[in-house]
Design a protein around this ligand. Sequence first.
Ligand code: GRF
Length: 190
Amino acid sequence: MKKLAILASGSGSNAENIANYFKGKGIAEITLILSNNPNAYVLERAKKLGIPSFVFTKKEMNETEALLDAIKKSGAEWIILAGFLLKVPQNLLEAFDGKIVNIHPALLPKFGGKGMYGERVHQAVIESGETESGITIHYVNEHYDEGAIIFQAKCPVLKEDTADDVATKVHALEYEYFPKVIEELLLNDK
Ligand code: GRF
C-alpha cells in the first residue's frame, strides 16, 4: 500500500476525488492533506474523510523543515499537488525526487506558469481562440508547470463557451483521469 500526501490551497475537490478513488482498493492511502491556506475548504473535506491535515505558512514552507518533517512523519512516499498554488521548495523536491506530481487545468506548455490557475487559465484559452483545452499531469520541478509531462487529456472549446463552460469540461477530465494516472504511477513504483 503506497502512502500519499496531498497539497492543496483551495476547494480540494480533486483531493477528495483521489481519496475516494483509492478507498478500500488496497493500492494507496492518503496519509496527510496539507494546505498553505487555513481557510481552504480542502481542510473541511479532510475532516469529513478522516484524513489528518497540516496547515503551514509560505514562510514556514520556505524557511523551515516543518512541512518536510510533517510529510515524512506521515510516511508518505509520493506528494500529489491538487490545486496547490505555491512553488514547491527545494527541500521537498530533493527529498521526493521524481515523486511529486501536479495537475494543471490546461494543455501545457501553453497556458502555464506563475499566476496561471483557476478561471484565468480558461479565460486565456478562450481569448486565444483555442478550439481545445484539457488537463496536464506532470512531474514537479523547481519551476511552475515545467516538469516532464506524464499525461494529457483534451476537451473541445466551442466558440460560445464561457470560462465556466471550459472549467466544467476540464474538471470532468481531472476527476476521471487524475486518480487513474496516479494509480499507474504507484503500480509502476517498485
Ligand atoms: C484544478 O482545476 C486543478 O487542475 C488546478 O487547481 C484546481 C484545483 O481544484 N491545479 P480543486 O481544489 O481540486 O477543486
